[in-house]
Design a protein around this ligand. Structure first.
Ligand SMILES: Cc1cc2nc3c(=O)[nH]c(=O)nc-3n(C[C@H](O)[C@H](O)[C@H](O)COP(=O)(O)OP(=O)(O)OC[C@H]3O[C@@H](n4cnc5c(N)ncnc54)[C@H](O)[C@@H]3O)c2cc1C
Length: 477
């Protein structure tokens, strides 16, 4: 069988592209090297839906950021994914930095960003009393928001699959041949034939482009490290707090998350190993120092975990989108660093249109449904909703994760969903079991048992995140 389109990489861009393509009468495959979707930059970023004032006017980043930010609330609503329009502030600590704030304001206006304003110190402190006393003012962007990036990707994949797309995991593309108008992708899951390829492989998108002899894409990897603070810290800030940007990026932020934690980071460090997502003492030290500059009350003593993610920084400094000059049936979606998450809904629609226009005459499906049924969340449910759920299925009455109040029923739903969880981290990203203060110390073994039962495999085959990360070993063998 030959697919019409194969998307390489199931990050937020690949998943939303698959969803956009699933509106059409096309055979679409979403190919992912890892055991789950959202395993690249998409699982480890700041989760900010940027307003769109950072990128230079006329760039693809500026265009897709502003469009994506506008689309995000509806996409999240349709996919039943949490989104919050909390707004952002770029805080200045000197008169010189107030000039940067003015420049960002002007840039935002040129990019078409709505609801921008410049605040003086009093206005800023009235909005965010926990900011440092030496702030001078800020750029306020009321259209900015926060989202859960992996939930968005999981939901978009699920919706694409429900509408007929295929998601193939553990499918690493290792080589690409092209003959008679058809690509043959040599993958770890066997050969896959397709008429069009969309390269959404994140930090590896240049490696994929080189497989067809396209040397035009060059990605430099910039790692960013973070701390997540315990929910008990409370709402120290309600907006996302940026400092003034530098040539390495937007600097260290302090931001609430949609799940009520406080996120601090990221650093920006160029590294050679594209897949090295370790955290470092030096990086986390910088996170601590710079976050307290904005918000002195932030304390890393409240950190429940740290993590890092790798940015796919293109040497051209802009998104690389559209047909390759080497083969127009190969479509680039490369160099999607920040604001890639914010831009993803618009990028998905754009990339789908590139393919549909190139193929010509592709019909839309009459039965496409872009909505995803609301996922039952015990922790958000009222007592009446809880009672009704337990009456239907007693598994909703068994709490597995005490920190995040996640029930067995929710874990089973996450495993049984289209393109559902296959490992412990997959359950964690879909349900939040293991995301709380104890980081899975109490619920981890129960999640392993449920996974083994649901997937019908021995318990020692259950992994943390696929790829040999087995949790239990049979020492007798
Ligand atoms: C530290 C940091 C902070 C950020 N903060 C923000 C922010 O606040 N707001 C914002 O808008 N953006 C932010 N971004 C950018 C955003 O995270 C990315 O733009 C977005 O996640 C990119 O998605 P993607 O789908 O292109 O790539 P990825 O999420 O990296 O997905 C690529 C996928 O391709 C797969 N893959 C790779 N090679 C192969 C292969 N050979 N075969 C099959 N599959 C393969 C990978 O496993 C991966 O799952 C940030 C990024 C980082 C790293």
């Amino acid at each position: 069988m030959c697919y019409d389109v194969a998307i390489i990489g199931a990050g937020v861009v690949g998943a939303l592209t698959a969803r956009a393509l699933s509106k059409y009468q096309l055979k679409t495959a979403l190919l992912e090297a890892q055991n789950d979707v959202a395993m690249g930059a998409t699982k480890a970023n700041s989760a900010i839906v940027h307003a769109g004032f950072d990128a230079l006017p006329g760039t693809l980043k500026a265009k897709f950021n502003v469009l994506g930010c506008e689309m995000m609330p509806k996409v999240c609503k349709d996919l039943s994914v949490p989104y919050k329009n909390n707004g952002s502030l770029v805080v200045a600590f000197s008169e010189e930095e107030m000039e940067t704030v003015q420049k960002l304001y002007d840039r935002g206006i040129a990019n078409g960003v709505p609801q921008l304003s410049i605040l003086n110190k009093e206005e800023l402190k009235a909005l965010e009393p926990n900011l440092a006393d030496n702030v001078c003012g800020a750029l306020r962007a009321e259209s900015a928001g926060i989202v859960c990036p992996y939930e968005l990707t999981i939901a978009a994949t699920e919706n694409a699959v429900t509408n007929g797309a295929e998601c193939i995991r553990n499918c690493k593309v290792e080589a690409i041949d092209f003959a008679d108008g058809v690509f043959t992708l040599k993958t770890t899951a066997g050969d896959i034939q397709t008429k069009y390829v969309i390269d959404a492989a994140g930090v590896h998108s240049d490696d994929i482009a080189r497989m067809i002899g396209d040397e035009s894409v060059n990605i430099v990897v910039r790692r960013g490290e973070y701390f997540i603070l315990d929910r008990a810290v409370g709402n120290m800030v309600s907006h996302t707090i940026f400092q003034c940007p530098t040539k390495m990026g937007k600097g260290i932020l302090v931001s609430p998350t949609v799940d009520g934690n406080l996120l601090i980071g990221p650093t920006a460090e160029e590294i050679d190993d594209k897949d090295d997502v370790s955290t470092t003492l030096a990086g986390l030290h910088d996170v601590k120092v710079f976050s307290t500059k904005s918000c002195p009350a932030v304390s890393t003593r409240n950190a429940i975990t740290s993590f890092s993610g790798n940015r796919a920084h293109p040497v051209t400094d802009d998104f690389i989108l559209g047909p390759s000059k080497v083969n127009p049936q190969f479509i680039h979606a490369s160099g999607i660093e920040s604001p890639g998450l914010s831009s993803a809904p618009a990028l998905g629609e754009y990339l789908a249109k590139v393919v549909v226009d190139a193929m010509g005459g592709v019909e839309e499906k009459e039965d496409f449904d872009g909505t995803r049924k609301e996922v039952f969340r015990f922790r958000h449910a009222t007592d009446e909703e809880r009672a009704a759920a337990i009456a239907k299925n007693p598994a909703y009455g068994r709490i597995i994760c005490r920190c995040e109040t996640v029930t067995e029923g929710e874990i089973i739903d996450a495993i049984r969903a289209p393109a559902g969880a296959r490992d412990v981290d997959g359950v964690k990203r879909r349900t939040r079991a293991g995301m709380g203060r104890c980081q899975g110390g109490f619920c981890g073994s129960k999640v392993v048992e449920i996974l083994a039962r649901e997937l019908g495999c021995p318990i020692n085959e259950i992994t943390k995140f696929g790829n040999g990360s087995n949790i239990l070993f049979d020492k007798t063998k």
